[in-house]
Design a protein around this ligand. Structure first.
Ligand code: M6P
Ligand code: ZN
Length: 189
């Protein structure tokens, strides 16, 4: 009888801490000063310490960036907070290979996935633990935390998708998520 190898995967979902664990996991932090231009109210930006963490991303890249046929895996953690009345959110992006899709799913907290197509039509999907989101090709995607605790969202996307941040940096999304009378409201620009 030949005994074949059974090994442990190098990365663990970290279900108890909502944090990817393992040597290959890469960590990225986005401070307010890095991304402040994405928010509408620039006066409100000035009253928040620039070193405030808006979100963190943990990623596992089992193959190199650009490999066709591979997958990447990530966890985004968006902190609770607002700039004025606009919720803390990610930069958001289209994929550089614009026909590549992605899955997001809610792990902890609550929020809204803001989606926009190439005609600049924007809509939102509610995020909660267990919510599952298929982000089709040519759809820009951004996460906003509408709760009082961390919003943790899992992600899986093709290793040749890449990120196109320029379109969003220049033109933004066509709607923003504000808190109005205690509730999240998506308002067209
Ligand atoms: C998810 C994935 C990543 C992305 C990250 C942060 O984990 O979609 O590809 O980089 O969220 O989002 P952004 O790149 O828009 O800041
Ligand atoms: Zn993406």
């Amino acid at each position: 009888m030949t005994h074949l190898e059974i090994v442990k995967s190098p990365v663990d979902l970290g279900l108890t801490k909502f944090s990817l664990l393992g040597a290959p996991v890469q960590f990225q932090q986005r401070f307010l000063e890095d991304i402040c231009t994405i928010f509408r109210d620039q006066e409100a930006v000035k009253v928040i310490p620039p070193q405030t963490t808006v979100y963190e991303v943990q990623s596992w890249f089992p193959v190199s960036e650009g490999t066709s046929g591979g997958l990447f895996f990530g966890t985004s953690t968006i902190m609770p907070g607002k700039v004025g009345t606009e919720y803390f959110m990610t930069k958001g992006h289209f994929h550089a290979q614009s026909d590549r899709a992605e899955f997001y799913w809610g792990v902890q907290g609550k929020g809204v996935l803001i989606l926009m197509d190439r005609n600049r039509k924007t809509w939102g999907e509610e995020i909660y633990p267990g919510s599952l989101h298929y982000i089709g090709s040519n759809i820009a995607h951004r996460l906003a935390n509408t709760g009082n605790e961390n919003l943790v969202v899992g992600a899986c996307w093709p290793s040749d998708a890449g990120h196109d941040y320029d379109e969003i940096a220049v033109n933004g999304f066509s709607a923003r998520l504000f808190e109005i009378e205690g509730e999240p409201v998506l308002i067209a620009e």
